[in-house]
Write a protein that binds this ligand. Structure first.
Ligand code: PHE
Length: 503
């Protein structure tokens, strides 16, 4: 694939080709781009292997405090000459010192420099030393360099041989100059970079093809810059549904597509629908307070039609006309009127059967259920179940296994099997399990079976009813490889953002 270059990259490549190895400052000023554009383009060029970047350390030279003063007041040796001129161009040591009030050491230094520059000489008359002017001072290289530094810092490697000599002198003088090591980068074209520059088209590049360009035919004078559609861009996180909700939608899609209808029911249920109608005896351990959330101080006003309540009471006592012996105890209506947060969605299913007494049906529901459990990585006190039934004259357990295999396979779970289980309301009862490669084990998915006649007959349902129900969160966890169920509801933004919509 030919290299696609951004406008900024082309400019930098060309500038680098003109400059040869250079630094960031020079590249920036010569390319007429701003520093951010240059930095950005440098990164791109580097990742494409077109330029090489070396980090080097450079000596930066700046004006020191005294250097700045000299620029205002003049070099001490010059000021000394000026004073000497004022007192007649010749003076002895003491006279000059009096006329030029400056710190002793500096006075000596000024004398030394003036002498060295050949502006004065010492003569001795009758044992006394005189200082006299030999020539008028001219502009010195020191002043020139100081002046240059006053306009901005200079790097050591930018100085000429002459300048370096001057710098050596200035560095000896106290605080005229400061020097600091700075890390900078050096850039140059790689071989690939050089080849690329050569192959760059001479025509100007444009990003947009306008109607004017087409009509006037001017487009022929330009090259249209190709766009690199695979180059990375900043990520965008648009709003999206929570993964659990997305999964619920997916479950709905599957059942609807299999010809099912969705049913719904209240979260609060009388014990009657949650337990009694499901042939769960009133002393069953699942009804205990430590397993189930009860509503205190409130009872259901009505639980079901008199007929159904009577039938259920009989079934619990002696099996009624179902052919069963029942549980053999006197059923207590008051207990059935207790209200609970539903512990399974089967309460919704069984109420549906009682209300519609279907001879044929395919319905499902997805909803929240509650269990009085400690929250752990495996369990939540509030979670979702997927539940459903198929009613029909000739439906069999085999149909149920086939249906669930089909459902799981649509969710991507292919290795499913069923093993015997127990529920008070189904006979036979099964448990579906799925093999998860990542975990290397079988994972339980849902309970299922054919509703016992003790459940269906009191409600007036004659045909067999295939029923199943199981947790939804576990399926979501398998989908996203989550090992702690609490993670689903932590609302950890980065996790939520990172989840793909499609797997
Ligand atoms: N209600 C059962 C549970 O909560 C599942 C189930 C539903 C089992 C229907 C059999 C038939 O685990």
């Amino acid at each position: 694939m030919p290299l696609i270059l951004h406008r900024l990259e082309r400019i930098l490549l060309q500038t680098l080709a003109e400059l040869g190895e250079t630094n960031l400052e020079k590249l920036t000023s010569n390319s007429n781009l701003n520093i951010d554009q240059v930095r950005r383009a440098i990164e791109w060029l580097k990742s494409k292997g077109l330029i090489e970047i070396k980090s080097i350390s450079r000596e930066k030279i700046s004006l020191g405090e005294n250097g700045k003063k000299v620029l205002i007041n003049g070099l001490p040796e010059k000021r000394l000459i000026k004073t000497l001129l004022q007192i007649g161009g010749r003076a002895n040591f003491q006279e000059l010192k009096n006329a030029f009030p400056i710190d002793g050491q500096e006075f000596n230094a000024a004398l030394g420099y003036a002498k060295e520059k050949g502006w004065i000489r010492f003569s001795s008359i009758e044992g006394k030393t005189f200082i006299e002017i030999v020539s008028e001072p001219t502009i010195t290289t020191e002043e020139v360099l100081l002046e240059r530094l006053s306009k901005g810092d200079v790097f050591l490697d930018e100085l000429s041989q002459e300048d370096l000599k001057t710098l050596k002198v200035l560095i000896k003088r106290p605080n005229y100059i400061t020097q600091k090591s700075i890390k900078t980068i050096q850039l140059k074209l790689t071989q690939l970079g050089e080849q690329t520059v050569k192959s760059l088209k001479k025509k100007r590049e444009i990003d947009t093809l306008t109607p004017e360009l087409i009509i006037s035919g001017k487009w022929r004078e330009y090259v249209l810059r190709p766009i690199d559609v695979v180059s990375p861009t900043p990520p965008i996180y648009p709003g999206k549904k929570h993964p659990v909700q997305r999964f619920i939608d997916e479950v709905r899609e599957i059942f609807i597509s299999l010809g099912f209808e969705e049913i719904d029911g209240p979260l609060i249920q009388p014990c009657f629908w949650n337990f009694d109608a499901l042939f769960t005896p009133q002393d069953h351990p699942a009804r205990e307070m430590q397993d189930t959330f009860y509503l205190s101080k409130i009872k259901a006003k009505s639980i079901g039609s008199d007929k159904i309540v009577e039938n259920v009471a009989k079934v619990h006592l002696n099996g009624g006309n179902t052919g069963s012996k029942g549980w053999g105890y006197q059923w207590n209506r008051e207990l059935a009127e207790g209200l609970v947060l539903r512990t399974h969605t089967t309460a919704v299913t069984v109420k549906y059967l009682a209300d519609f007494k279907p001879s044929e049906a395919r319905v499902f529901s997805v909803g929240r259920v509650f269990r009085n459990e400690k929250t752990t990585f495996k369990h939540l006190a509030e979670f979702h179940q997927i539940e459903g039934i198929v009613v029909g004259k000739r439906v069999t357990l085999r149909d149920l296994m086939g249906l669930l295999s089909c459902f799981y396979s649509r969710l991507g779970l292919k290795k499913v099997k069923f093993w015997p289980s127990y529920f008070p309301y189904t006979e036979p009862s099964l448990q579906s399990v799925v093999y998860i490669d990542r975990l290397g084990k079988w994972v339980e998915l849902c309970g299922m079976g054919i509703f016992r006649p003790e459940v269906t007959l009191p409600l007036g349902v004659k045909n067999p009813v295939l029923a199943w129900g199981g947790g939804l969160e576990r399926l979501v966890m398998l989908r996203y490889g989550v090992d702690d169920v609490r993670k689903l509801y932590e609302n950890n933004l980065s996790w939520l953002r990172g989840l793909p919509i499609c797997l």
